[in-house]
Each structure stands twice: as structure tokens, then as C-alpha cells.
Design a protein around this ligand. Sequence first.
Ligand code: SAM
Length: 289
Amino acid sequence: MRQTEPGILYLVATPIGNLRDITFRAIDVLQQVDLIACEDTRHSRPLLDHYGISTPTAAFHEHNEDVASVRLAERLQRGESIALISDAGTPLISDPGFPLVRAVRAAGIRVVPIPGPCALIAALSASGLPADRFAFEGFLPRKSSARKASLEALRNDSRTLIFYESSHRVFESVADITAIFPSDRRLVIARELTKLFETIVDTRVGEALSLLESDPNMEKGEFVLVLEGAPDLGRTEGLTVDEERVLRILLEDCSVKTAVSLTVKITGARRETVYRTALRLTEEWRKTD
Ligand code: SAM
């Protein structure tokens, strides 16, 4: 069945290990487009061969991204259809493609996602940590001082935190997490997802380093670290200081109803909590008038 149309950029997710993790639609699109732009043409060849895809390929990686984006946008404008794939998973997610998508959309060209594997989503979904609110931080900085500063800024974040890591740096990153986060925070280490030696271990920050050191397999492979967020007191017992500040400012000029609804929109706090706080504040102000 024809899945592609002329002049469209398709962002096609490909497997993160297991070659069978690819959608029927992804295979159709890769077979039917005029060109597949690959992060690394040699890396993608076994996947393309496995599915009998003989579409021409071109290199599209971080070193030629800006120049190649202009060239690909021109080809799209001439009516060619192009699929972008990365070495693994979803393009643009810690992978090349952002300048291309930005340029192509700015030129009024359609961009169509063909969703599929993504290591962070696979790890999060299996982690047992809250998946309703999370922050994906990609790769942490290489230098320890910058890495520690990034982690420090996340210490009080109540969302589940997700990091990508390579085997070269997983020990250093976990050591810095240990230095900055409370030892009882849960940390899920997801390694080699969808592959033969897939491992998903659930530990605490204080025990993570010794766990890594005790298992020689942990020196190899690709990792996703999923870290429990800070306790979310603001959302269960009351508003955070910033949320309450927004509410106070709005209550000075708006009705309770409007102030509550704007605070919910601005901060994302729970309506009941905002409403309860608004009633408490207006009652306090009434008494002091
Ligand atoms: N675009 C990819 C995606 O959608 O997940 C991510 C590409 S990024 C360059 C590579 C990083 O993703 C690895 O260093 C690792 O942190 C994570 N990753 C990719 N495949 C993985 C796997 N099978 N198991 C665990 N982590 C993986």
C-alpha cells in the first residue's frame, strides 16, 4: 500500500537493538521514499538489507547537518520524498535532525513522524517510576564539574529524571549522581534494551555504584538511567512557593474563580489545591482588613 507522498520529510524510528522492533509503516515508507538520509549509511545497511530496502541512501550526520539540511530541503521542494533515520531509535532524540526539521518546517514543507522505538520511553515505561511527569535530560556533560552543576540544578525537580549514558561514562555519571542526590532515591539502570543481554535493575542512589562495580557486564553496552524525582510536597499538600506567589498576585486583581483558573493554566498545579489555597488566602486577608 502506498504510504508516501511527494515533497514530504518522514522521520522514521528504527530499532534500538532488536531488528524486529520496526513498524510495517516504517518499512513501507523506507521502501517508497526517493531517498533515505542516514546518520551513518554503513550502520543502517544491515537493517535496510534485512527488510529488502534498496532505496538510495545519503549521509546525514552532525558534521554535515547544516549543509545537508539545505540540500535536502531543496530536494523536498522539488517534490522528492525523503526519510530521515538515525543509527537507532527516534531521529532527533539525542540524534541529528533538528536543524533539518526546523528548516523544512520553516519552508512550509510537511514533516510526518513515523513513530517507533525510543530508548528513553522503553526504559521509563518499564522502570516502575512515575511516568506521568518526567524530564529527559539526554546525555549529561562530559566534564565532571559541568555534570555536577547540571545534576545540582535537578536535585529538587519532582519529575522522574531520565539520562542517556554510554558504557564509557556510566560509572562517572552514577558517581556524580551519588554525590548530589539523596541516597534513598530510587535509580533504575536500564542496559541493552531489547537486546540479548537486556538488564533493568532497580536500586537506590546509595547502592548504585557498588551494584555497577560488582557486575562486570555493567562495563559494556548502552544505558538509560531513570532517577526518581524529589518528593512532590507542593502537589499533594499545598502549593509550592512559586505557585502560591502567582496565585497571590492574581488574587490582588481578579476574582477567586479567575485567579484559580489562571494559576492552574500558568503553573500546572492541581485545581483543588489552588482553590483551597485561594480560599485560605482570601479568608486570611479578610481577617486582617
Ligand atoms: N535516538 C535514540 C533513541 O530514540 O533512543 C537515542 C540515540 S543516542 C545517540 C544513544 C543513546 O541512547 C545510548 O548511549 C543510550 O544511552 C541510549 N540507548 C540507545 N539504545 C539503547 C538500548 N538498546 N538500551 C539502552 N540504552 C539505549
